[in-house]
Ligand binder design. Structure first.
Ligand code: COA
Length: 494
C-alpha cells in the first residue's frame, strides 16, 4: 500500500457559526489523510462476511509527519456510510475531519483521543460491507455482529477498558486519562465521568483536581452526606489537595503550540534589530468613532484599529517594498512580494496563531475589518486551516488590546519584518500651537504646552541580515504619519 492510496476523503473543517460545516471534499493528494489496507478477510467478525480494511493515515504534505487525534466520531461496532465523519485530527497547521468513503462497520479504533498518530499508521479497522472479498453478504448482515462484539464482555474496548479499583468499581477512561490521573495521584473511581456512558474524560480529572480533590466527588455519590463532608482516610487522594500547593502536571506540547515551538525556535536563529516609536492616535481615534457611528447604522459593523493599521502598513510597504519580503533558508535569496499578505498575530483558545489577510493592498478598510472578524471567529473556533496560516509576507501583532506598553516582536520566518503594537494610553506630551508634537526648539522657547494625547508604541523587528535599520525607521515614519493623519492616509488610498 502506498502512502496516499486513499480510501478516505478529507473535508477541511470550516465553521459558519453554528455546527461544524464541512466544505466539499478535498481531493488533492496533499490534503488526503486516510488510506486503507485490506488486512484480512473477515478476520474479526466471523459472521459478517465483510472485508476488514485498515485505515491508514496517509501523507498530508507540508512536511507533516504526525497528527493529534482530537476526536472520534464513531465507536466500535457503529455502522457507517460513505461520507460519515470518522474522526477529527489536528496537525500543527490545521484541523481536519476524516470521512469514510465506504459503507461498513467500525472495527477496532487503534488510537485514543489525544494520542499522536504517525503518517502511515493505522487509525482504525473497518469491516467493509457491500464490497467483494467477504463472500458477498448483504449489506445488513455484517452490521450486527461487530456491534454485538463490541458490547461483549470479552471484547476489549481500548478507549474504555474497565478497571477494577480497590473499591471494586468499574471505571471507564482512556489510557491518556488514566495516565493523567496517575501523574496527579487521582483515584479515578472517585470521579463521576461526563463522557459517553459515564466515561471519565480529561476535563473531569482536571475539574476534580481544580475543585481540590476528593471531597465533593466522593460525597456526590452518597446522597445522604454533605458535599463538604471530610473525606475518609481511604479517599484522600494526595497530600497536596486541600493545601495551597497543587500537584505538578506534565502536559504534552501539541497542536498549535507545536507550531509555536518550531516557528519561534527558527526565529531565534535570525540576527534581528528592533526599532520602537510612538504614534499619536487622537485623530485616528476621532475618525474611528465617527466611522463606527455610520458603519454601525448602515452595516452593523464596528471597526477596531487593526484595519487602519493593516491599511497603513500596506500603503507604507508600497513605498518600501524591500520590507515585504521573505528570505530563503540559507539566506542566499530574498523574494520581494508583490502582494501584501499580512499575518495578524491572534490570541486564540488554542494558542498564538498568525492567520494571513491576503492582498491588503487591494482591500478597503471595511473589507479588511470584515475579513479580520471572520478570521477571529475561525480562530476562536479552532477552525483555521493551513491555507489561512500560510503565505504571509509581513506580520503585525497587536497585543495592546490585552496590555503592555512596549513589545519586542519575534520574526515570523521566513518573513523579514514584524510590527507589534502596545496599549493605547492617554499620556502628557508637549504640543505646539497647531496641536502637533512640539519641536525641541519650540520647547526651548516655551512655544508649547503640555496636553494629554492618545499614544501607542509600536516596535518593528527586522531580519538584520537583509534589512537595515534606516529602512525600518523610514518605513515606520511613514506608517506613523498615515495613522497620525488619517487624511493623508485617505488621500493615498485608491
Ligand atoms: N490598545 C488599546 N486598546 C486596543 C488596542 C490597543 N493597541 N487594540 C485594540 N484595542 C481595543 C479595541 O479597540 C477593542 O475595544 P473596543 O471594542 O472598546 O473598541 C478591544 O481592544 C478589543 O479589540 P479586538 O477584538 O482584540 O480586535 P482588534 O482588531 O483590535 O485585534 C487581534 C484583533 C486578533 C489582533 C486581537 O484580538 C488579538 O488577538 N491580539 C493579541 C495578539 C497577540 O497575542 N500578540 C502577541 C504575539 S506574541
Amino acid at each position: 500500500m502506498k502512502v496516499g492510496d486513499s480510501l478516505l476523503s478529507i473535508r477541511q473543517t470550516m465553521t459558519t457559526g453554528s455546527a461544524t460545516a464541512a466544505t466539499a471534499p478535498v481531493s488533492a493528494p496533499t490534503a488526503t489523510l486516510g488510506g486503507t489496507t485490506k488486512n484480512s478477510i473477515n478476520s474479526s467478525s466471523g459472521s459478517t462476511g465483510g472485508v476488514e480494511v485498515a485505515f491508514k493515515l496517509a501523507d498530508i504534505g507540508e512536511g507533516i509527519a504526525e497528527v493529534e487525534l482530537m476526536k472520534w466520531f464513531v465507536k466500535e461496532g457503529d455502522t457507517i456510510k460513505s461520507f460519515d465523519r470518522i474522526c477529527e485530527v489536528q496537525s500543527d497547521k490545521a484541523t481536519v475531519e476524516i470521512t469514510s468513503r465506504y459503507d461498513g462497520v467500525v472495527g477496532k479504533l487503534l488510537h485514543d483521543e489525544g494520542q499522536i498518530v504517525k503518517v502511515g499508521g493505522t487509525l482504525l479497522n473497518i469491516v467493509q460491507t457491500g464490497g467483494g472479498g467477504g463472500g458477498g453478504s448483504p449489506t445488513a448482515a455484517p452490521v450486527a455482529a461487530p456491534a454485538a462484539a463490541a458490547h461483549s464482555s470479552n471484547s476489549v474496548n481500548r478507549s474504555a477498558a474497565p478497571v477494577d479499583t480497590s473499591a471494586n468499581m468499574k471505571v471507564f477512561a482512556t489510557p491518556a486519562v488514566r495516565k493523567m490521573a496517575k501523574e496527579n495521584n487521582v483515584q479515578l473511581h472517585l470521579i463521576k465521568g461526563t463522557g459517553p456512558k459515564g466515561r471519565i474524560v480529561k476535563e473531569d480529572v482536571i475539574g476534580f483536581i481544580q475543585r481540590g480533590g476528593p471531597v465533593a466527588e466522593a460525597s456526590s455519590s452518597s446522597s445522604s452526606s454533605s458535599s463538604m463532608a471530610a473525606p475518609s482516610s481511604s479517599s484522600v487522594v494526595s497530600p497536596s489537595f486541600g493545601s495551597l500547593t497543587k500537584a505538578d502536571q506534565v502536559v504534552p506540547i501539541r497542536g498549535v503550540q507545536r507550531l509555536m515551538v518550531k516557528s519561534m525556535t527558527a526565529a531565534n536563529t535570525v540576527p534581528h534589530l528592533t526599532y520602537s516609536e510612538e504614534v499619536v492616535f487622537d485623530k485616528m481615534k476621532t475618525m474611528r468613532n465617527e466611522l463606527n457611528i455610520s458603519l454601525g447604522k448602515t452595516q452593523g459593523l464596528k471597526l477596531s484599529y487593526m484595519p487602519m493599521m493593516l491599511k497603513a502598513t500596506s500603503l507604507a510597504l508600497s513605498q518600501y517594498p524591500m520590507l515585504n519580503a521573505t528570505v530563503n533558508e540559507d539566506c542566499t535569496e530574498v523574494t520581494y512580494h508583490g502582494a501584501h499578505n499580512i499575518g495578524v498575530a491572534m490570541d486564540t483558545p488554542k494558542g498564538l496563531v498568525v492567520p494571513v489577510v491576503r492582498n491588503v493592498e487591494q482591500k478597503s478598510i471595511v473589507e479588511l475589518a470584515k475579513e479580520l472578524v471572520h478570521l477571529q471567529e475561525l480562530g476562536a473556533a479552532g477552525k483555521l486551516t493551513a491555507e489561512h496560516l500560510s503565505g504571509g509576507t509581513f506580520s503585525l501583532s497587536n497585543i495592546g488590546s490585552i496590555g503592555g506598553t512596549y513589545v519586542v516582536p519575534v520574526l515570523v520566518v521566513p518573513q523579514v519584518v514584524i510590527g507589534a503594537m502596545g496599549r493605547l494610553q492617554t499620556l502628557p506630551r508637549y504640543v505646539n500651537s497647531a496641536g502637533s508634537a512640539a519641536s525641541m526648539q519650540e520647547i526651548d522657547n516655551g512655544d508649547c504646552k503640555v496636553a494629554p494625547q492618545t499614544i501607542m508604541a509600536v516596535s518593528w523587528s527586522a531580519d538584520h541580515r537583509v534589512v537595515d535599520g534606516a529602512s525600518v525607521a523610514r518605513f515606520s515614519n511613514l506608517w506613523k504619519s498615515f495613522l497620525e493623519s488619517p487624511h493623508t492616509m485617505m488621500s493615498t488610498m485608491r
